[in-house]
Write a protein that binds this ligand. Sequence first.
Ligand SMILES: [Mg+2]
Length: 357
Amino acid sequence: MKIIDVKAYCIRQEVPHKFIWRNGLPGSGKYTESTWLRILTDEGVEGWSPISRGVIALDLIKRRLVDELIGQNPLQKEHIWHRIWELDRIEEFPMYFLGAVDVALWDITAKVAGVPLYQLLGGYRDKIQTYASTVTFPTTEEFMDVADQCLDYGFKAIKLHAWGDARRDAKLCQDLRKRVGDDIALMYDGSAGFNPYESLYLGRALEEADYMWYEEPMREFSIGAYRKLSESLDIPVLAAETSDGCHYNVADFIQQGAADMVRTSVHYKGGITGAMRVAHLADAFQMNAEVHGGGPANLQICLAIRNNTFYESLIPCNPIVVETGIDREGYIHAPTLPGVGFEVDLPKLEKMAFAQL
Ligand SMILES: [Mg+2]
């Protein structure tokens, strides 16, 4: 099997509900640009991969990938992964780009095998609990209202992205625990909004309120700061979501005791291959690799591995809008079609594209 062509389509779409992450972070704009990568083979099987940026991705595909990929066997994913890792040394790819080709190659591989990807990767379960992952709402009252709606819908777990003010966020987290009772799993995501002292203060409040994990309170560039925080708190610190360097970097977080759980994702850890490496690395230390972010590719990882608890589903607005496919018990179910499960309407995509290759 050979790769015979590489195509890409940049599209611009209005964001129906502008994402807001804590005070001070701009969140999403009114429009978002993304690129669909399409890898064609001599046997007619095609692989797809969405990249969450527009012309930047198109430029990298054009300059770095086309010549590299044409003529290669798409089933030799390990070889191609390491070629891209080599190219990264020269180009310093953005993290969201590092695994883009890998996702398309696994899409091809699972289509050739005739199974949904998670079964090829391991196949641990056919459905998984989701958590309602909130954007930042302006007031405590609105967070409580959103939480009520999530529980009414059937969610059994909620994660807050709050304001980034340690005292105010601590109070919110404690109020939410009182509101939902003891049986709902609660998590908190700091989106790297705090310094070490604030992180410790807030972590103690989360411990008291029996939160399940404390995610990314600080930027993830100081192993020392994360080690100190993890040693000081009993609540599991969840880290290494946005740190560069795939499993090589996550290994350092684990080895140094700088996290109690680690993040894995198709977006930031080098595609399916990288996300699975992180998951297996963590498993070897009896640690969870909680899957960051949603979408079809991350769902396949959630279903493939044992050491992950939930699928992350964004609640972008109030009144809440729930992602398609989540049932009233809070589960999302395995796709049945071969491949990763992207639904691509090619004629529509070609028409929508403002730039393409
Ligand atoms: Mg996060």
